[in-house]
Design a protein around this ligand. Structure first.
Ligand code: NOJ
Length: 720
């Protein structure tokens, strides 16, 4: 596996690099020369208005070249007919591009992106995106609005579910893997989708974790953390970028020429297409950044937005703006060229065959493996898990044991609930229905009624062990689903108390869209398996994990706080001048003049997280040899290898995720994070087996931004 993406070569072909590219550029030039202004503005407009059945009005608009793209609208038949009209009956026969939020699967749903991040398995994440692309392409979708690569360090933000977690390196690797999966080897392949790096930029830093809220990011943090996955996406050849809803340092991202022109086009030399988010252009008015739609259009176009999603300010006002000299024809033509180039690259100007749907067995197998690898074992006191298959009876309790829609998670609008295999169904299949006593206890995760508790307790009493399926319904995470409390909603904690009182061994499986806080409940549950909404095949994956057919191997892609008051809490923080002392935990007792009291911590809760980034237990144990470095120093342009032996010293085969962190340099031009992920490798080890894991580090891998915003590695010692 490659450990470095930041400096990887761009996969986007240089313009004019081949005769085919030159031919495309020629055809684009000819088209642009023939297009009327209204046809150009039509290409720059994306609509949701494709409805089943297609109205005469929309057919007429397509014929007139009013729209360049449709999103999240209509079905495959509508798309086929709309495309036929565009390519046969419109004046210039320019094809449409159909976008859709194929975020973590289409009809077959894979774990939510945060769960996929917990796999730390770029190739599997690539495969999941590939399967999703195949399913969606079979329904004539050609563009997905994924991956979302916003760094997310605030679990209150509902869209953390859609993120790849808190770390720029992990998110860069996995985001690039998703792009490779969606786009395949060639965009023109019938089963490829154009991907979209979103939301550019800073959206994950919404103040207070409240969706759409302002983000304030000093440039050094923006560049060193929040932009890294976007630069990696650009280098991976992502076909499109989407601007974010939020203001970033007081400028709405959808009108931010610093982001779009200086960084994206200027520094990164990005040559793809830029779409706004949904009505984000006219949202500039609500931001107080534009007086009206005309000014919103001017500011967004001048900043470099090329296609307007849903609102129509470009179409309505660009002509006046041109006449007034407030935008130029070069602005318009540049955008139209980028849009047409995307359509050529997708092969839409040629008859693009519609691929057959993929082999469902393979898609489901990838979904099950992804769900399995995404589960994180947080606690396993007394090795309660795995359960023995010779168990007489098991009680299955909790609102999320048998809830297909909730299991799919946010952004599952095309997900087939009838494909979903729930944990209850899978356990019944594995053990035989007669050995599974099911009592949901609560109707859903927010249910406050205790009416179902008696049955749940009685189920636990009749069984040898109980497994509680707790967490959050799908609707509690995702866009506009910010929470100010991170606890288990409804009466779930009371359900834990009631079932625990039955005195049987209990394990919990928590299905959620974000890190939750469940400190008190965890004290009563010896074993906890955390599953970010695991998708269609979550049930069989969980059943296999609970009964030891597989060992948990997922690792947290995000820090779990003890309480919401610790947020934001993330592992790669800077040190303070007064770091807490080792053992400096909990409420300080005694004399407040004690210097230990003047440390960076809380007086009412441990300063440490509940579960740290990168954490996850297994059914086996691993021994690491001390890492060996090929040299004690790394000169500019040199390479350093770091090698360690990892041995499976326990009783079961399992995957382990070997993680490489650096810490330093000390004494540079800026303070650096206490630790930074620089590499990881998933290895499979049979009991007793060992493997040598080797990482290579260059000075480029150690580069960071200095106060002058220059990216460079600085000399200095690193902490061992
Ligand atoms: C708004 C969301 O922010 C974005 O992520 C999504 O792709 C668009 N709506 C289209 O549905």
């Amino acid at each position: 596996m490659r450990t470095i993406v930041l400096f990887a070569m761009s996969l986007w072909p240089a313009l004019g690099a081949s005769a085919a590219d030159a031919d495309v550029e020629r055809r684009i030039g000819e088209l642009v020369a023939r297009m009327t202004l209204q046809e150009k503005l039509g290409q720059m407009s994306q609509s949701t208005s494709l409805r089943t059945p297609l109205s005469d009005a929309i057919k007429a608009e397509i014929r007139a070249g009013r729209w360049g793209s449709f999103l999240n609208a209509g079905d495959a038949r509508d798309r086929a007919e709309a495309q036929r009209i565009a390519t046969e009956e419109s004046r210039l026969k320019i094809p449409l591009i159909f976008g859709r939020d194929v975020i973590h699967g289409y009809q077959t749903v894979f774990p939510i992106p945060l769960g996929q991040a917990a796999t730390w398995d770029p190739d599997l994440v690539r495969q999941a995106a590939r399967e999703a692309a195949r399913e969606a392409a079979a329904d004539r979708i050609t563009w997905t609005f994924a991956p979302m690569i916003d760094i997310a360090r605030d679990p209150r933000w509902g869209r953390i579910a859609e993120s790849l977690g808190e770390d720029p390196y992990l998110a860069s690797q996995l985001g690039a893997a998703m792009i490779r999966g969606f786009q395949g080897d060639s965009l023109a392949a019938p089963d490829s989708l154009a991907a979209c790096a979103k939301h550019y930029a800073g959206y994950g830093a919404a103040e207070g974790g409240r969706d759409y809220n302002s983000a304030w990011l000093p440039e050094i943090l923006l560049r060193d953390v929040y932009l890294r996955p976007f630069q990696a996406a650009s280098q991976a050849g992502v076909a499109t970028f989407m601007t974010a809803f939020n203001t970033l340092n007081a400028v709405p991202a959808t009108a931010d020429s610093f982001l779009l022109r200086n960084i994206l086009r200027g520094e990164w030399k990005y040559e793809g297409m830029v779409v706004s988010d949904y009505e984000a252009v006219t949202n500039l008015i609500a931001h107080g950044y534009a007086l009206d739609a005309r000014e919103a259009a001017r500011k967004a176009i001048r900043a470099g937005v090329e296609m307007e999603m849903v609102s129509t300010s470009f179409y309505d006002h660009a002509a006046e703006l041109l006449r007034a000299g407030q935008i130029t024809m070069q602005d318009i033509d540049g955008s139209v060229r980028d849009i047409l180039r995307l359509k050529f690259r997708l092969g839409l100007f040629d008859p693009r065959p519609v691929p057959p749907p993929p082999d469902p067995q393979r898609t489901l197998a990838v979904a099950e493996k992804t769900a399995e690898e995404s589960a994180v074992l947080l606690r396993n006191e007394g090795r309660l898990l795995p359960l023995s298959k010779s168990i007489r009876k098991i009680a299955v309790i909790g609102p999320l044991a048998d809830s297909p829609v909730d299991q799919m998670g946010t952004w599952s609008m095309d997900g087939r609930a009838d494909f979903v295999r729930t944990p209850l169904a899978a356990l019944r299949e594995m053990l035989g229905a007669g050995r599974v006593i099911y009592a949901p206890g609560l109707i859903n995760s927010r249910d406050r009624s205790r009416a179902g508790f008696d049955r749940a307790v009685s189920a636990a009493r009749q069984a040898d062990a109980a497994v509680l399926f707790l967490g959050e319904e799908a609707i509690l995470s995702g866009e506009a689903r910010s929470r100010a409390f991170l606890n288990l909603p409804g009466a779930q904690e009371a359900l834990v108390d009631a079932v625990a009182a039955a005195g049987k061994p209990i394990a919990a499986v928590i299905l959620a869209g974000r890190p939750l806080t469940f400190h008190d409940a965890a004290a009563k549950i010896p074993a906890i398996l955390y599953c970010f909404h695991p998708g269609t095949m979550g049930g069989p994956a969980i059943a296999r994990l609970l009964f030891g057919d597989a060992s948990p191997s997922g690792k947290l892609p995000v820090t779990f706080p003890r309480t919401v008051g610790q947020v934001p809490i993330y592992y790669a923080h800077l040190n303070t001048g007064r770091p807490p002392l080792a053992g400096d935990l909990g409420v300080p007792m005694g004399n407040p003049a004690n210097p230990q009291g003047y440390r960076s911590k809380y007086i009412d809760v441990d300063y440490t997280p509940e579960y740290p980034f990168g954490f996850g237990l297994s059914y086996t144990s691993f021994r690491y040899s001390p890492p060996e470095l090929s040299a004690k120093t790394l000169a500019a342009g040199g390479r350093l290898t770091i090698t360690a032996q990892v041995a499976n010293t326990g009783p079961r085969a399992s995957d382990e995720i070997v993680q490489l962190y650096t810490s330093g340099p000390l004494g540079g031009s800026v303070a650096r994070p206490v630790r930074e992920l620089k590499g990881f490798r998933r290895v499979h080890l049979e009991p007793g087996a060992a493997v040598q894991v080797k990482f290579t580090i260059t000075t480029e891998d150690l580069a960071y931004y200095n106060p002058k915003m220059q990216l460079a590695a600085e000399p200095g010692p690193y902490r061992a």
